[in-house]
Ligand binder design. Structure first.
Ligand code: UGA
Length: 434
């Protein structure tokens, strides 16, 4: 099938590449000429496991191409995916200017029936706005479909190739048939393609992310309570997660959720509820809890050092908002670094992938180490901020010898409490006895 994907950000690039991988002919469009050049050479602008290999293969085999010429991509395409950014506007609601602008451009250039698919996370009612644009600027019949993406960074290829479900919001029978054909290879294990109206589909995406963010904030509050009552959040997590109605996944407490999606989507859903005169109370609490959770670790440091972080040096393991990505958007590490610097502390950081991005943002304010052990030399304490696999089983004797004092503040609960006692560390983690 001939497909155009507009926007080569995270979602667009993974979508285009994975659609090519199952044999479709995909043209990806981006206005950034430099990015297009890079992608043509098979170089991925983001770190995402498995993506580079798929890019190379599908470009070499002629199924995947990149251009900054929109009409070239759109002309022959049957399905056009809009994977454009929807950043938070000044008031927290999603800014639709990229999505609506591209819709108008496309409307002005098409000459045959197209299925226009919104993959970007867009507020309820966007499909109607896109439809109105096509009606205004074109006489050609189109189906405007909402098809939210649920992939996670770090496991994006796997999530796209084997999704738990595919949600398609449309009442157009022709579009339903085309998209069923397109997506059937991805649901061979029997996972559902769920058809619904456009508005329900648009809301599904926000509700899914907001529910997951709620689950995390709930567990972060349970963890904070555990610390006060002498319970262990890991045990509570296992105890509740064994109930299938709750489920084992996404119950890990930590230093607050980050990334490009949860913070933006929770805020946007709260905002759109407010615009519909509905006060979505839980979402407001989720945002508040998350903001507080991002400060908990620094509060603990202040308590430990009697409010005096001035002149201290902290070694940071992990900067990315989660492992297997170089993405630092809304990463809790950034807020922690900011607070430490403000209080006169120095920071030496190591992250397997995210250091270039932090360097571009903070420059010389942070020192970067070549490996996790180099970061420790002469530091007052180690702070674990991202749960990369390489941090899980370090040489504790070496860690202890390099640090000025054997102190670890772990924001991701990577190590066992007894293990830390055995190795002679002061160990402070989340929701467990210090
Ligand atoms: C999230 C959703 O999981 C995807 O389904 C969705 O498609 C995506 O947003 C999106 O809307 O594009 P992502 O942001 O890549 O994916 O990352 P997650 O793995 O969901 O993690 C988000 C944040 O929650 C991270 O900061 C992570 O550390 C935190 N988290 C996650 C926890 O604190 N505890 C957990 O148990 C799980």
């Amino acid at each position: 099938m001939k497909i155009a994907v507009i926007g080569t950000g995270y979602v667009g690039l993974v979508t285009g590449t994975c659609l090519a991988e199952t044999g479709n002919n995909v043209t990806c469009v981006d206005i950034n000429q430099q990015k297009v050049e890079m992608l043509r050479k098979g170089e991925s602008p983001i770190y995402e496991p498995g993506l580079q290999t798929l890019l190379h293969r599908n470009i070499a085999e002629g199924r995947l191409s990149f251009t900054s010429n929109l009409s070239e991509a759109v002309e022959d395409a049957v399905v056009i995916f809009l994977a454009l950014p929807t950043p938070p506007g000044g008031d927290g609601s999603a800014d639709l200017s990229y999505v609506l602008g591209a819709s108008r451009d496309i409307a002005l250039m098409i000459s045959s029936y197209k299925v226009i698919v919104t993959k970007s996370t867009v507020p309820v009612g966007t499909a109607d706005k896109v439809k109105a644009i096509f009606e205004q600027y074109s006489d050609i019949e189109v189906a405007v479909v909402s098809n939210p993406e649920f992939l996670r960074e770090g496991v994006a290829i796997e999530d796209f190739m084997k999704p738990d479900r595919i949600v398609i919001g449309t009442t157009d029978d022709r579009a339903k048939k085309i998209l069923t054909e397109l997506y059937t290879p991805y649901v061979r294990q029997g996972n559902p393609i769920i058809f619904m109206d456009e508005r329900s589909s648009e809301l599904t995406k926000y509700a899914a992310n907001s529910f997951l963010a709620t689950k995390i904030s709930f567990m972060n509050e349970v963890a904070n309570l555990c610390e006060r009552v002498g319970a262990n959040v890991d045990m509570v997590r296992l105890g509740i997660g064994a109930d299938e109605r709750i489920g084992k996944r996404f119950l890990f407490s930590g230093i607050g959720y980050g990334g490009s999606c949860f913070p933006k989507d929770v805020q946007a859903l709260a905002k759109s509820a407010e615009e519909s005169t509905y006060d979505f109370k839980i979402l407001n609490a989720v945002m508040e809890v998350n903001a507080i959770q991002k400060t908990v670790l620094v509060d603990k440091l202040n308590k430990y050092y009697n409010g005096d972080l001035n002149g201290k040096t902290f070694a940071l393991w992990g900067l990315a908002f989660k492992p297997e990505t170089d993405d630092i958007r809304e990463a809790p590490a950034l807020e922690i670094i900011d607070a430490l610097l403000q209080q006169g502390a120095a920071v030496v950081a190591y992250d397997p992938e995210a250091m270039p991005n932090v360097k571009a943002l903070l420059g010389e304010k942070v020192a970067f180490a070549d490996n996790q052990y180099d970061a420790l030399s002469g530091a007052d304490a180690l702070l674990v901020l991202t749960e990369w696999s390489v941090f899980r089983n370090p040489d504790f004797a070496r860690v202890g010898a390099l640090l000025k004092s054997k102190v670890i503040f772990d924001g991701r609960n990577l190590f066992g409490l007894e293990q830390m006692v055995d190795h002679g560390f002061y160990y402070n983690s989340v929701g467990r006895k210090a």
